[in-house]
Design a protein around this ligand. Structure first.
Ligand SMILES: C[S@@+](CC[C@H](N)C(=O)[O-])C[C@H]1O[C@@H](n2cnc3c(N)ncnc32)[C@H](O)[C@@H]1O
Length: 275
């Protein structure tokens, strides 16, 4: 890591009790770079002095380290493969084993876009499958404002623009410029606070016992240093049921392939099966 970055990591920990050393070096350097360029183009030492003397700048920097961008159907290939192959396979083995509940965890769910996308796909498939299948999606994040927005379930056009039109019609109520997720879907998704770096539990307490058929954790792992990525993946390994699935972001395939316990299910999609 660059010397300036190292001293800023130390400064944030000592003066503001914020540990940014858990993040990957690339993420730390890019974040500092963009903060510096947009505000302090002259020298990095001027920026360090500003950070030392101005708690507001520390707050801005803290915010810059918490990226919560998300969107419905964010990676269309992943969601289309989930819809066509992975979820039908899960439904098939549930029917075969007379197990009526599908359990899914959206880990690092931001304002709920990913968790609701999964619920929409499940609703669509379960309605077409024989028998009375139930599904439950657990959405977790460590950001209180994101969880609040997730529970509200109201989105602007930017968030929903990738959604196939028939799903927008079926699953949202449009009022003015905003789209509210319908109650039928909302009641299948439960949001709760859970820190993926929490050393104690492998799964969110709201889920009681974990045992997920699919965990989706997308665009979260790559922000962290490799040892923290491995801690999170080990957690998923413990909580995914035998033969269950893991989905990540496109840029995170290499991270999962470098870990033990998962095999890529279908290239190039970031979909893995517990093995
Ligand atoms: C970039 S967003 C990705 C959202 C969504 N998964 C997607 O791919 O669109 C990352 C989310 O992960 C959450 N997050 C990051 N680190 C976390 C942690 N250690 N525990 C729980 N949530 C975390 C952030 O608060 C943020 O909402």
């Amino acid at each position: 890591m660059k010397k300036t970055s190292e001293s800023i990591v130390r400064l944030m920990a000592e003066k503001y009790a914020l540990d940014i050393s858990i993040f990957s070096e690339t993420f730390i350097e890019n974040t500092l770079e963009s903060r510096l360029q947009s505000n302090y183009p002259d020298t990095s030492s001027a920026y360090q002095l500003k950070l030392e003397t101005d708690p507001n700048e520390a707050l801005f920097l803290k915010k810059a380290f918490s990226n919560s961008y998300s969107a419905f159907f964010r990676n269309p290939l992943t969601f289309s493969m989930l819809h066509q192959f992975v979820l039908p396979k899960i439904i098939g083995w549930k029917v075969k084993n007379h197990d009526p509940e599908i359990r899914i965890w959206s880990a690092g769910c931001a304002a709920g876009q990913e968790a609701y996308t999964l619920a929409i796909l499940l609703d669509n498939l379960v309605n077409k499958s024989p028998g009375s299948m139930r599904y439950h999606v657990f959405g977790t994040d460590n950001s209180a404002p994101e969880l609040e927005a997730a529970r509200r379930g109201i989105y602007d056009y930017e968030a929903i623009k990738n959604i196939p039109f028939e799903y927008v019609q079926d699953y949202f109520l449009k009022t003015g410029d905003v789209y509210a997720i319908k109650d039928r879907i909302k009641k299948q998704v439960e949001f709760s606070d859970f820190d993926l770096l929490d050393g104690e539990s492998s799964s969110p307490p709201s889920s009681i016992f974990g045992d997920f058929d699919l965990v989706m954790c997308s665009n979260v792992l790559f922000y962290y240093k490799p040892e923290f990525q491995m801690t999170i993946l080990a957690k998923f390994f413990r909580t995914i049921s035998e033969g269950g699935f893991l989905a990540t972001g496109e840029a995170e395939v290499g991270i999962v392939n470098a870990a033990r316990g998962f095999r890529q299910y279908m290239t190039p999609a970031p979909l893995f099966v517990k093995s």
